[in-house]
Design a protein around this ligand. Sequence first.
Ligand SMILES: O=C(O)CCC(=O)C(=O)O
Length: 238
Amino acid sequence: MSSVSEVPRALLTQGYVRLPSRLPEDGCRRVEAAFFQAFAGNAAAQRSGELVFREALEICPEAPSVVFSSDVLQAVRAYLGDEIRIEAFAAIVSSPRRGFMAWHAHVGGVDQSRVRRDGEPPRTGPRRVMIMAYPAGCSEGLGPLLVSPRAFDDALEMPHAPKQVEWPSAVEIQAPPGGVVICDEATFHAVRPQTTDRPRLVFGAYMIRADVRSVAGPDPSVLRFRTEDAEIQRLLGS
Ligand SMILES: O=C(O)CCC(=O)C(=O)O
């Protein structure tokens, strides 16, 4: 993809898009240092190989301003429209101990199973995306992302077993440092196991159209965002 005008078509026809631009290098370095330090200091996370930071601002208040760059927001708005909101925002740090992250999607929000149970309004058009931002990249050895391309109206059912690493439809994405991938909520994705000892960091941000009633959210952590950043305040609806 070389320009933002191609984002809507990419998301409608293949369910994901890699942004041509990268997040700012200095911001990436600072958020990386903050989250890696928190991961290193957590004995339970060292054992399990994964730590999910739902209160990401407590670790690094700058994180949303780094992830919601103007290029990222322009791409999301091209698909969802001008009025968008942050539904959830978290960081995940992992090590090779975690192994394979099984295939899943986020129809209705972070926890798709909860949304199914509570009843999701019909999905008639683009309404939610998941932004995956990689300050240190996800190159070979560092857990490349796997996505299963889909057109917007394709069936929502999972086509293969969640723990089967190699889906015949899978596309592997190795993002460079600062790389960003945006998926429609219905796009199945997974993460290959890491093979290097370096920790891996991903920010997962869920954005919805402002007029969409979110069954799952907004996430309590997002409601606790305190920021001077005017653009982020707008994205919070404040
Ligand atoms: O770690 C990644 O690359 C993807 C994260 C993910 O799939 C998720 O948080 O739902």
